[in-house]
Design a protein around this ligand. Structure first.
Ligand SMILES: Nc1nc2c(c(=O)[nH]1)N[C@H]1C(S)=C(S)[C@@H](COP(=O)(O)OP(=O)(O)OC[C@H]3O[C@@H](n4cnc5c(=O)[nH]c(N)nc54)[C@H](O)[C@@H]3O)O[C@H]1N2
Ligand SMILES: Nc1nc2c(c(=O)[nH]1)N[C@H]1C(S)=C(S)[C@@H](COP(=O)(O)OP(=O)(O)OC[C@H]3O[C@@H](n4cnc5c(=O)[nH]c(N)nc54)[C@H](O)[C@@H]3O)O[C@H]1N2
Ligand code: SF4
Ligand SMILES: [Mo]
Length: 727
């Protein structure tokens, strides 16, 4: 840490996205001089993207809050931390004592997973609230993946990761890792890793309604109608069960069983329900789904063959197949395909990590639960203590017992990030009290009565608890603080600790034990992990080891370990999932009802220089041409007598926005694409640069009533829209 004005280089992983790239940050006193990729980081090998440099802007942003802010009739007023904690605890406790525990809600946003104190202490705080109304960005994101992991493997975070460095055939469906830098797959330097697949003779295939930046580096791109993926994936399953036969040679490592499918010998005895699965997909043939998916029957057969007959293969599906109408069905099919091709828990297929901190396994408290309670208004099931974020607005506005009257948001911007954010925006002012833990006054936190701003991440020691568990190699590093925290600043975890203490005191609980600081917990969890020195096969990793390896430590390639870690009661992999069975007739009906017409469908888009809603206040990231553009195929524009560059109205069942359109041959005809996280024109927000690059919010068009019915996850892909020319 720099207490003087000497020039120093600090090594630290970037906390902005899941790739955790190693950074070399040069400082002089309190100033950041430069941010570059850390060439000695064994995992990211010097790769960084343009967002990393903006860490500098975020750290020294004049719009960043440093002091608690209280909303008063004359505007925001800085108050002391003591006053703020006292007020917050009183308000939260009195809401619950007057109106019951469920009257207080909590929403946690995405940056929380990049902040160790937020992750551990924020989760503990949410439990302390004893409310059924807990929400997070997960229900706008990866919840289907967690739910399927819980049902199939017994643990919501038992998520096999693509072994990208060894696979021979990589099928990417509904993901754009060249821009997103990977998700639920921590994979820095993904471009070179994809190229390496090709260099060793393998293939990368992308299935997406847009020809993406990832398609551009892949061997093949295939268009698919938004939301039709489940039909394709179930057809691939059926073909593999029934039809596809591979030449004998590549089968050597597995054993063939029944029709075409091949089960890894060590998995076979542990798979339950395969026959029922085979039966349930029988109606999905290439001929039945070709029109609906937009693929040709030969394309579908060839995909099945490639997946099955490549030496190794891996199917990977992310946002595009999670946040859509059949999200849970898609994520189940992804797992099933990896099982049926013999590639689950196999080098070159998909594998669990063996992280340095305690790995997920049987008996873990975070395993999960489903449907223990339901949302009050719409009766949607909770999953692992969370209700869908899409019900927040109605739970605030619909009167009655259990109505939400106070809300805590932390590290989130649900007005821009959750479906029908404009409905939530209208509901927030009716709350009795709202508290936000956030460094900015943005489109959501501007509705708070009190904002508690955490210290900059750069003053905090950090360990990537979750992302090391999702990495494509076993890897570990501890990230030092690079500046000293000022006396009047609070870490996120300290904020949660203080709030917890205040709440306990208000409840008359005086002997509650505070949680230790995050790094003390990491130190303890390292002693419970696979590298605690008890195995001669593995190096010992403790806090001291981490501190003496500032570039991080490579702990080797992923290895099979699923069977010994399975967390299901019967130690089986549950292939047949009863809760998904209603989805199959629903899908068959959608296929049966489908008619080719001129209807338009909207999907999302990410950009390398943007990160959800909260980095548009960095001038270096937003400068240049407008990025919040609607992309449309030239034919669709011509059909509406619209030219590229025109302003148009884009209308859905719940909203209408005005946006500039750009003609793009990259779009599948009939599909439009708009990025999310924009819409900074809203009054109340105080991010000056973002306000000048406002854009429009995608989520003024998405529908909070239309969700993946199984997991309650929002739908951001395949929204029915119409284009209107502005005369
Ligand atoms: N630069 C940048 N990086 C980011 C983020 C960011 O905002 N900016 N956000 C981070 C976060 S929070 C996440 S969760 C990850 C997400 O990581 P990814 O899932 O890799 O990112 P997306 O760009 O959302 O990719 C989804 C893809 O699905 C496609 N798609 C949309 N609808 C459908 C459909 O119905 N079927 C199919 N097959 N495809 C469809 C879209 O065209 C898009 O290419 O990225 C992370 N990284
Ligand atoms: N239409 C559409 N909507 C989407 C998506 C999409 O693809 N399309 N993607 C969805 C996905 S994948 C995600 S993850 C969500 C994201 O949704 P959210 O998490 O709700 O929104 P973010 O834009 O990530 O907002 C992050 C907030 O955290 C604050 N913040 C940053 N760092 C810290 C910190 O260290 N501590 C605290 N306390 N606060 C911090 C920022 O100031 C900002 O207010 O959006 C979802 N919404
Ligand atoms: S890809 Fe960019 S934003 Fe993501 S961790 Fe690496 S440098 Fe940071
Ligand atoms: Mo996300």
């Amino acid at each position: 840490m720099s207490a003087d004005n000497l020039r120093r280089t600090h090594y630290r992983a970037c906390h902005l996205c899941e790739a955790i790239c190693g950074l070399a940050i040069v400082t002089e006193g309190e100033e950041i001089i430069s941010i570059k990729g850390d060439l000695e980081d064994p995992f990211s090998r010097g790769y960084i993207c343009p967002k990393a440099i903006a860490i500098q802007d975020l750290h020294s942003d004049p719009d960043r809050l440093h002091q608690p802010q209280l909303k008063t009739p004359t505007g925001w007023q800085s108050i002391s931390w003591d006053e703020a904690f006292k007020l917050a605890s009183e308000k939260l406790a009195s809401c619950q004592s007057q109106h019951g525990n469920d009257s207080l809600a909590f929403y946690a946003g995405n940056p929380g997973i990049h902040n160790i104190g937020h992750m551990i202490h924020g989760v503990a705080f949410s439990r302390l609230l004893r409310t059924r109304n807990c929400f997070s960005a997960s229900s706008c994101d990866q919840l289907p993946q967690q739910l399927i992991a819980y049902w199939m493997y017994g643990h919501q975070f038992m998520m096999p990761v693509v072994d990208i460095d060894h696979t021979d055939f990589y099928l990417i469906i509904g993901a754009n890792p060249i821009v997103s830098n990977g998700s639920m797959m921590t994979v820095p330097d993904v471009k070179n890793r994809l190229k390496a697949i090709q260099q060793r003779g393998g293939r990368v295939v992308v299935i997406d309604p847009r020809y993406t930046e990832t398609s551009a580096v892949a061997d093949e791109h295939i268009f698919i109608r938004p939301g039709a993926d489940a039909a394709l994936l179930l057809t691939l399953m059926n073909l593999i069960f029934d039809e596809i036969k591979c030449p004998p040679e590549p089968l050597e490592q597995g054993s063939t069983s029944g029709g075409g499918f091949r089960l890894a010998p060590h998995l076979a005895p542990h798979l339950s329900g395969l026959e029922e699965v085979a039966q349930s997909v029988q109606e999905f043939t290439p001929e039945a789904v070709a029109d609906y998916t937009g693929l040709k029957t030969e394309q579908i057969r060839r995909l099945a063959e490639q997946l099955m007959c490549a030496k190794t293969s891996a199917v990977y599906g992310r946002m595009g197949v999670s946040t859509q109408t059949f999200g849970s069905l898609c994520q189940w099919a992804v797992q099933m395909l990896n099982i049926l091709t013999g590639n689950l828990d196999r080098v070159g297929g998909t594998l669990l990590t063996l992280p340095a901190v305690k790995a997920v396994g049987a008996g873990d408290r975070q395993a999960g639960h489903y449907g223990k309670w339901h949302s009050r208004v719409r009766n949607l099931p909770e999953f692992s203590g969370e209700l869908p974020a899409a019900v927040m607005a109605e739970e605030i506005t619909e009167k009655g017992e259990g109505q939400i009257r106070a809300l805590v948001t932390s590290a989130g911007n649900p007005v821009l990030s959750t479906p029908a954010g404009h409905e939530l925006e209208k509901a927030l002012p009716s709350l009795d009290f709202m508290l936000s833990i956030d460094p900015y006054i943005n489109e959501t936190t501007c509705h708070a009565d009190l904002i508690l701003p955490p210290a900059s991440p750069l003053v905090s020691e950090h360990y990537d608890l979750l992302l090391n568990r999702l990495a494509v190699r076993n890897t570990t590093r501890l990230n030092p603080a690079i500046f000293e925290k000022k006396p009047d600043e609070r870490y996120d975890w300290e904020i949660f600790e203080q709030l917890s203490r205040g709440l306990n005191e208000a409840r008359g609980i005086t002997d509650s034990q505070p949680l230790p600081p995050p790094v003390d917990l990491i130190e303890y969890w390292l002693t419970q992990g696979a590298y605690n020195g008890s195995s001669e096969l593995r190096p010992k990793v403790d806090l001291e080891t981490l501190r003496s390896h500032p570039h991080g430590i490579d702990l080797g390639a992923l290895q099979p370990s699923l069977i010994e870690r399975l967390a299901t009661d019967d130690k089986k992999i549950h292939c047949f999932l009863a809760p998904l069975q209603a989805e199959i007739p629903r899908l068959l009906k959608a296929i049966g009802d489908f008619k080719r017409d001129d209807a338009l469908s909207l999907i999302g888009r990410r950009h390398l220089r943007s990160n959800n809603s909260w980095m548009h206040n960095s001038y270096r990231l937003v400068k240049g041409k407008d990025r919040c553009l609607l992309l449309a195929h030239p034919q669709d524009l011509a059909n509406h007598d619209i030219s590229g560059g025109e302003r148009v109205h884009l209308v859905s069942s719940v909203g209408r926005i005005t946006v500039t359109v750009r003609a793009s041959e990259d779009m599948m005809p009939g599909v439009l694409s708009l990025p999310h996280g924009w819409g900074h024109h809203r009054s109340g927000a105080k991010c000056r640069i973002a306000a000048q690059h406002a854009g429009v919010s995608f989520n003024d068009l998405s529908d909070s009533q239309d969700l993946d019915p199984v997991s309650g996850t929002a739908i951001f892909g395949g929204i029915a829209v119409s284009l209107e020319k502005i005369s």
